[in-house]
Design a protein around this ligand. Structure first.
Ligand code: LMR
Length: 329
């Protein structure tokens, strides 16, 4: 027979263990490969602040920058395994997990500007692409900007032929591989964290990236020339482990969605300025010669890269290219 004391003891215990459980915060490990003072690095920190505030501390976000935990390919595998819960890989890095359609974003000169890009990422095409991740155990939540790419080397890069024979670092995307081959260069697929040393030791001769990534990796210390070509785009898909995300209490998920929405606005507001500031800072060192292509030079690059679209249509989907051209026109 239960007496009153026993009942209150059992209830007390249940209350205690419930509270102990409720007091355990949900941990989100957010791994990324860039420096904290890049658009993505700052956005990850902003997300941490907002997520913790909006969930009243029920979620704790641990941000690991600079490939501290994982390099490019490993971080996606770690996400699928649930070793980390959140990432924001470059859109050029989803081929190895089987979603090659994201490589459409690497297509040279596909987007005139951010307005055109936004029509894709903020519209039905962007949503359709994120949904393609579902089958891989990854849930795509948002797009974050970085910016347009510039080209670096240890010689002036004016005409497309200036890249002939150069070993140029690329991300894992096949579209980027095709782009470098169109220049008659030798594409070298390499993790982001290895770029500085590869340039320093001559394993590669040059690279492409956004000014903020180039500056924060100190590429300007090991390259003498940069061309402000804006020939392609670097942006991110903010992704989570799908099982983890679907298993969250609905109110927590809603708060995190709000935090992410606000963070996306923040990220997309700071990205351009970060890139402009990075160019100014590198110019101020006086050690790098910058070249801005003339309209004729830009035409020559575009003409050289035109075949990439046709070559890669079967990989990213000819229909998708058409849809994007229609949406951005
Ligand atoms: C790269 O690997 O070049 C970059 O996309 C890294 C990043 O996340 O911006």
């Amino acid at each position: 027979m239960f007496n009153k004391t026993m009942v209150s003891a059992v209830l007390g215990l249940a209350f205690f263990s419930h509270n102990a459980q409720a007091a355990e915060p949900i941990i989100i490990k957010f791994s990324h490969v860039v420096a904290p003072n890049t658009p993505k690095g700052q956005a990850a920190e902003r997300f941490k602040q907002l997520a913790e505030k909006m969930t009243a501390g029920r979620v704790k976000v641990q941000v690991y920058p600079n490939s501290q935990l994982y390099k490019d390919k490993e971080e996606l595998e770690a996400l699928q395994l649930g070793a980390v819960q959140m990432l924001a890989p470059s859109l050029a890095k989803f081929g190895p997990v089987g979603v090659k359609e994201f490589e459409i974003f690497d297509m040279p000169y596909l987007f005139q500007d951010k307005v055109a890009l936004r029509k894709v990422t903020d519209g039905p095409i962007g949503q359709k692409l994120l949904a393609k991740l579902d089958k891989t155990g990854i849930k795509g939540l948002a797009y974050w900007d970085n910016g347009f790419k510039i080209m670096t080397a240890n010689k002036p890069i004016i005409q497309p032929d200036d890249m002939r024979g150069l070993k140029l670092r690329i991300q894992s995307s096949k579209v980027l591989e095709a782009q470098m081959r169109a220049f008659n260069a030798l594409p070298q697929n390499m993790a982001f964290s290895e770029v500085y040393q590869a340039l320093q030791t001559g394993v590669v001769d040059g690279t492409e990236n956004t000014p903020s990534n180039i500056y924060t990796q100190k590429v300007h210390e090991v390259q003498t020339n940069m061309t402000l070509s804006n020939h392609g785009y670097v942006g991110y898909a903010v992704v989570v482990n799908k099982k983890f995300w679907d298993g969250l209490p609905a109110d927590i998920r809603a708060s995190l969605e709000r935090a992410l929405k606000e963070t996306t606005v923040y990220n997309n507001t700071i990205a351009q300025k970060d890139n402009d500031d990075a160019i100014a800072a590198m110019k101020a060192t006086g050690k790098v010669a910058f070249h801005t292509p003339t309209p004729q030079e830009r035409q020559a690059w575009m003409a050289k890269l035109k075949p990439v679209e046709k070559d890669m249509a079967s990989r990213v989907g000819a229909g998708l290219i058409q849809e994007i051209n229609q949406a951005t026109r």
